[in-house]
Structures are given as C-alpha cells and as structure tokens.
Design a protein around this ligand. Sequence first.
Ligand SMILES: NC(=O)C1=CN([C@@H]2O[C@H](COP(=O)(O)OP(=O)(O)OC[C@H]3O[C@@H](n4cnc5c(N)ncnc54)[C@H](OP(=O)(O)O)[C@@H]3O)[C@@H](O)[C@H]2O)C=CC1
Ligand SMILES: O=C(O)CCC(=O)C(=O)O
Length: 423
Amino acid sequence: MEVKESQLVEHSNPFESMMSRFDVAAKILGLDEDTYNMLKSPVKAVMVNVPVTMDNGRTQVFEGYRVIHNNYLGPSKGGIRYAMDVCLDEVKALAAWMTWKCAVVNIPFGGAKGGIKCDPRIMSKGELERLTRAYTSALSDVFGPEKDIPAPDMGTGQQEMAWLVDEFSKIKGYANAGVVTGKPLVLGGSRGRVEATGRGVMVTCRAALNKLRINPANATAAVQGFGNVGSISAKLLETQGIKIIAISDVSGAYYNKEGINVSEAIAYSQANRNSLDGYRNAEKITNEELLTLDVDVLVPAALQDQITKHNAHKIRAKLIVEGANGPTSANADDILNSKGIIVVPDILANAGGVTVSYFEWVQNRMGYFWTEERVNRRADRTMKEAFEQVYQASLKFNVNMRIAAYIVAIDKVASTRKLLGGY
Ligand SMILES: NC(=O)C1=CN([C@@H]2O[C@H](COP(=O)(O)OP(=O)(O)OC[C@H]3O[C@@H](n4cnc5c(N)ncnc54)[C@H](OP(=O)(O)O)[C@@H]3O)[C@@H](O)[C@H]2O)C=CC1
Ligand SMILES: O=C(O)CCC(=O)C(=O)O
C-alpha cells in the first residue's frame, strides 16, 4: 500500500496532522489498504445547530459536533470541548486520538469527541446549562452507556456532565448514570477522576525520567496551561520532588527559577476567577518563552500546535510529556527527534483521564464504588504498563515513542477488525 512519509510541512489541519503520524505507523505495520481506509474514516460525524435563549432574551444558535471515529473495541468514548475554535476537522482529529488512546491503555472503548463553538468564559451559568441541555437533547440518539459516552474536555467539567446526565435521563425516562463520565461524586462519579489526567502525566513522566536516568529530585519542569490537566500535573510533579519553575494560562506565563509553590498558585487562581493574572511570586514571561525554557521536562497542557517547526529547534527540555491533545504539530516531530528530545505522546501521556473514566463506567454498571486508593492503584498500573509497551515497541521498530504508540494502537484496532470480520 502507498502511504506518505511524514513531511516537514505545516499542518494547520489537525486531522491531517493526526493522519501523517497514522500513515507512518500504518506503513511500518504493513497495513492493508482496506483496513487503512476503514481506520482513517470516522464511523459517524454529526453536526447540530442548537438554539439557546440567552440572558438578554435573544436566541443564539450554537454549532455543535459529535464525531464517532471508531467503535471496534467497544462503545465510543471521548470528551466534549467548549471553545471558539471548535470545528469539524478538530473534532475528527480529537475523536481519532481517542480511538488510539483507548487502544494504547487497553480499555474496551472506541474513540469519539464532541464540541460546541462557544466561549464559556463569557457565558452565564444559566446560558451554559441551557446550551448543554440543548446539545444533549440534539444528540440523545447518539449518546448512550452502551453506545457513546462523553466526558469533560477543555472548557467543560463536572457541572456540564451533571446537566448532561440529567437531561439524558429525563429524555430516556430512567436514571442513566453511565451515559457520561467525569460526573460529580454524588451523581455516580469516580473518586480520582478529576486528578486522573494529571496523575497519568506524572506517572508517565516518572517512567520516562527513569529511562533517561534523571532523578526527579534534581529535575525541573515547565507546565503550559493551568486548567484541569496543567494544574494537577504541576501539583503531582511537585510531589515527586520535581521543581516547577514555570506555569501559565491564557493571561501569560509565570517563571521563578527557585520554584513555583504550585498549591499556592492553584489557590491564587481559584480565588481570582480561575486566572493566574496578577500572580506575584514569579516573573511574567510569555507562553512562547515558557516553551523554550532550559528545563528537564516540558508539559504542554493547554492547546494544540504549540510546538511547531517554528519553535521546535529552540526547545531545550530533554523530555516533553504531552498533557494536551495534539500540542506538537507533525512537522515538529522530526526536529525534536534530531535534537534527541524524548516525547511521551498525548495518546499515552494524557490517557489517565479516560482510564479512570473507564473505571467510572465500570463502577456505574456495578453500582458499587471503589476507594480512591483502589482507583489510583489500578490507574497507575495501567499507565505504567502502557508506557512500557510503547517503550518496547519504540525499541523493536526503532521509532520514536509517538510512532510506537500509534503502532501499538493501530495494530490492536486492526487485528480486532479482522477478528470481527463481516465485510
Ligand atoms: N480534562 C481531561 O480529562 C483531559 C484533557 N485533555 C487535554 O488537555 C488539554 C487541557 O484540557 P483541560 O485542562 O481539561 O482544559 P481546561 O479548560 O481545564 O484548561 C485549559 C487551560 O489552558 C489554558 N489556555 C487556554 N488558552 C491558552 C493559551 N493560549 N496559552 C496558554 N494557556 C492557555 C487555559 O487558561 P485560562 O483558564 O486562562 O483560559 C486553562 O488554564 C486539552 O488539550 C484537552 O483536550 C486530555 C485528556 C483528558
Ligand atoms: O475521560 C474521557 O472519557 C475522555 C477524556 C478526553 O476527552 C481525552 O482523553 O481527550
């Protein structure tokens, strides 16, 4: 089968960026053309226009998406993003990454993602509730505990998941806790889910530092993004003895070479309407400067395409652990490789969230809830095993960790497809 090699071109389209890595892995695996075509095409892409009554009495129509990329391994799984740059190609890429992510951590889910083009920061709580309910209602035939199970992503959290479960249960006429994960504990959420993505970042970071023979107690890190993933990654890396010398959010980046006190920064942000703006115990720098600081570990945990061919040659970190989805554009991979920088890719590094989402779904099905200690122990084991499997694949195929992760994932999904047959 003819597939393109990764090329040093700008990938502004996230789906193409995903596909360029997929192509390299598919070629190494010798994937046949029929399977290639099945795996690259999303199973379903739904677009909805949802009218919402705003606080000023006017009706605003919001564009929403849900893409189910694949469901060979099980019901599709993936978060819902509220952001202004949500578009079909972005949601398609995020959905495909979910397929590979679930396969890498060996959980019985396919991949999906949803999104609404909106700015949650300027909407009232009432507007967000009406928007979430309208979107749920429009997709009530797509979602379902055995079909497609959403969760939080950028711009959404426990509150949106609570509205979603309530609206879905009302429409179906019975309580349906398992239709969504990342719910508040009282509604059937799992202990440990809020921290799970950051915890997975910490566990895979430790595993990679171990391979690099870097003692965490002597290591420094910079973390971009201070939402769910960024703030908790920073906090948990700090508990491992790693000195966090820079953090950031949309207001800018904050640098202190003596180390940021992460708990204090979290408390500041919470008291300041979730913003680090005005944070004093550090020097203010830009988000771009944060990325090129002289640190051992860089954790991009905010947006896509932060490390590109334009700044990859300036990156000084020895290790990048991708908390965000797609923070490195495809054209930066070769530059990072040539500099010997190890990248723990998104589909491995941030898979702790969906792993604990899986545990939440299992607990909902059992109606029996685990202790936080049990959740964390099982999640840590899953993440360590996944890291080791990807690491071994990178040695076996002589490729970087990203391509190795795609190889592991595609091989699993493709061999499941063959067993299912029926075409
Ligand atoms: N939540 C989860 O469980 C998972 C999330 N992810 C991925 O992690 C990433 C972050 O998600 P999550 O933490 O949930 O999202 P949140 O909405 O909780 O936080 C996003 C953070 O990114 C910051 N940010 C936004 N724009 C910029 C910018 N231009 N420069 C620097 N920082 C910026 C935000 O700042 P501000 O608050 O000031 O706007 C905020 O601190 C996304 O890529 C998401 O897909 C991956 C796996 C699971
Ligand atoms: O927890 C989940 O189901 C999915 C989280 C998510 O959207 C992601 O991993 O990107």
